[in-house]
Write a protein that binds this ligand. Sequence first.
Ligand code: COA
Length: 258
Amino acid sequence: MSYVGITRDGRVATITIDRQKKLNALNPEVIDELGQAFETLRSDEDIGAVILTGAGEKAFVAGADIGVLATMDPMSGVSVSRQGQEVFRSIETFPRPVIAAVGGYALGGGCELALACHLRVASENARFGLPEVGLGIIPGYGGTVRLARIVGLGRALELTLTGEMITAERAAEIGLANAVVPREQLMEHTLKMASKIASNAPVALSLALESVYQALDSSTAESMRFESSLFGLLASTSDMKEGMQAFIEKRKAEFTGS
Ligand code: COA
């Protein structure tokens, strides 16, 4: 792949978008490769968590490629949006936790990409924003759907309608960033968080994600029933027995993902 790389550190995979000349802006090739990277990892049982980041010191992703957007007509506009939505949805439904390590600008499609991840760690120099309305468009990769769920309606509308960037510190205040760390500690801190997550029972992680996201689209009663079913299902795993046995024996659990 030309723009997207995958590296491994134990049970944590890191996916890096590298198109630094354009601040990692998302053109159709980058989005396609991003989809392929997650597809490759999806069936890898040895992965416990994924970090998604952008190469270079300046940007996570500075948005969809404005050069591409500038030439769109109504039909290609729909397909540009759908392509991004589909790949971002594959990140949101990825069966292991995905953490965005945001080391600079996360604007427009870059902010939406971070929103499609399950958690976000920002460096102090990170900036988040949805500047689309200043370009005569709206967020088209799920931003109008996901942002309000994460930060609440009023704050989402403020960001969407002003198009203004916010600092990492403000992003943490409103729950958009889960943590803020100095730039030089970004990857180390995110890897530590990912490794901690990846040390938990894999099937439990996967079903926790499924239950939380399913609840966003269903009634309380249905969601509770779904949660109970998944809760019960976990009693069939050897990892449940191992987790509880390890607690009783005062030792660290050794999970196998079964
Ligand atoms: N699409 C295409 N190219 C982009 C881009 C984007 N979203 N964001 C940055 N770039 C390109 C710039 O055009 C420039 O390319 P060039 O050197 O060939 O001219 C290069 O990346 C570096 O960006 P530059 O603007 O020179 O850096 P800066 O430090 O002065 O400003 C930003 C950084 C992020 C504030 C500015 O690049 C910007 O506003 N980008 C667009 C953000 C945006 O509106 N995103 C939403 C799109 S829907």
